[in-house]
Design a protein around this ligand. Structure first.
Ligand code: SAH
Length: 363
């Protein structure tokens, strides 16, 4: 039986929405409202398959039943504004949640794919000094429905032809917006189910197209490896040595580089998926050749790919991105060690949609 919050919610926690629930919970919830369980599947099909969230258009459900369903379909987030760049193919949307919290998602359309960068928390408690979200602290966890709705909003915009390039679909989702997804573990795993499970259970995306990015919460990485959902794991390493990582990614004081990498290799073993190592290149901080060589040594021979991210300096930051030459040398050292490496493109910079900048200007 589902514990429904049908009254006005306590500040913070959003009201329960059908998208928070698994298919069988949705069927139960609908029965509790006195409707046949199949109504839950009809609504799910509208939301996930037809990408239609306007109940007025659900003509296979009577008007009175649509009315009865309303308590399970509260408005969770309102788009406050959208900013676009790259000729409209990068779209950042700022949402206001029911309690006034702000979160953002970014849709990036490429010739061969559409990636959505989504948030898992309002704010973040991990306190990484180079990240704008980290500076503001944690407001609260998002609910499963609030996470899934970010993807559905993008999917609807694409399906309805609102993004230049004709109708399309979301092929990739990265949990690289605001928040530490593994600090909101159960909710994020439920959201992954909603994204991956086939309709009417969920959206039916390929797990391979989904990336969960973490600072390295070791027990949670190991737990995720056992969930049976082979999503891509990205680990935000940013330094190969504990001395520096203790300051760049403060959770390193709890779980050290070697433990994080062990968990990453366990993840690769369990899922067969190549792990991504995220490394923001910060001028004269973590971009020395010896650090590239040390990183190469630690990663060589593993199922891994390094994603170098030119630092996107936060307002007032004392740090800047590495020089192109330092970046080239870093890439070269990793290649010499036999480690696959790419430099991330930095879409959305002009609209503060790039890494760590989400919603910072609003808060
Ligand atoms: N909390 C998760 C996911 C959110 S951030 C994590 O840390 O992995 C997604 C990625 O952007 C992380 O690798 C993060 O370290 C990186 N990032 C944050 N701020 C950045 C900045 N100013 N410049 C470049 N990368 C940044």
């Amino acid at each position: 039986m589902v514990d429904l919050v049908l009254e006005a919610p306590a500040r913070g926690k959003p009201p329960t929405h059908l998208l928070d629930l698994s298919r069988s919970e949705r069927r139960d919830a609908v029965k509790e409202l006195g409707l046949p369980a199949f109504r839950a599947d009809q609504v799910s099909t509208h939301l996930f398959s037809h990408l239609q969230d306007d109940p007025e258009k659900w003509t296979d459900i009577s008007a009175s039943d649509r009315e009865t369903l309303q308590p399970l379909l509260p408005t969770l987030m309102e788009p406050l504004r959208s900013l676009t760049c790259d000729d409209g193919t990068t779209v950042k949307t700022l949402f206001r949640l029911h309690d006034g919290s702000l979160v953002e998602s970014v849709l990036m359309r490429y010739p061969d794919r559409v990636t959505m960068c989504i948030s898992s928390q309002a704010g973040c408690g991990m306190n990484c000094p180079f990240c704008a979200t980290g500076q503001a602290g944690l407001t609260r966890n998002l609910s499963t429905a609030e996470i899934v709705e970010q993807v559905l909003a993008g999917a609807r915009a694409l399906a309805h032809g609102d993004v230049p390039g004709g109708p399309g679909r979301v092929s990739n989702v990265v949990f690289m917006g605001m928040g530490e997804p593994l600090a909101n573990y159960k909710t994020v795993v439920a959201a992954l189910h909603r994204l991956i499970d086939p309709a009417p259970e969920g959206l039916g995306m390929s797990a391979r197209g989904i990336t969960v990015s973490t600072v390295g919460l070791v027990p949670r990485i190991r737990q995720l490896a056992e969930e049976g959902m082979p999503v891509t794991l990205a680990v935000s390493l940013h330094a190969p040595d504990d001395h520096l990582r203790d300051t760049l990614v403060p959770i390193n004081n709890r779980w050290k580089v070697a433990e994080v990498l062990d968990a990453a290799w366990f993840y690769a073993e369990q899922t067969g998926r190549r792990v991504s190592i995220e490394y923001a290149l910060i001028k004269d901080v973590n971009d020395q050749r010896w650090r590239a060589e040390l990183l190469g040594e630690m990663l060589a021979g593993h199922l891994v790919h390094v994603n170098l991210i030119p630092l996107n300096p936060t307002p007032g930051s004392k740090w800047t991105a590495s020089t192109p030459q330092a970046e080239r040398e870093f890439v070269q050292a990793l290649k010499e060690a036999g480690v696959r490496v790419t430099v991330r493109d930095t879409r959305g910079r002009e609209i503060d949609g790039a890494c760590g900048q989400l919603a910072a200007l609003e808060s």
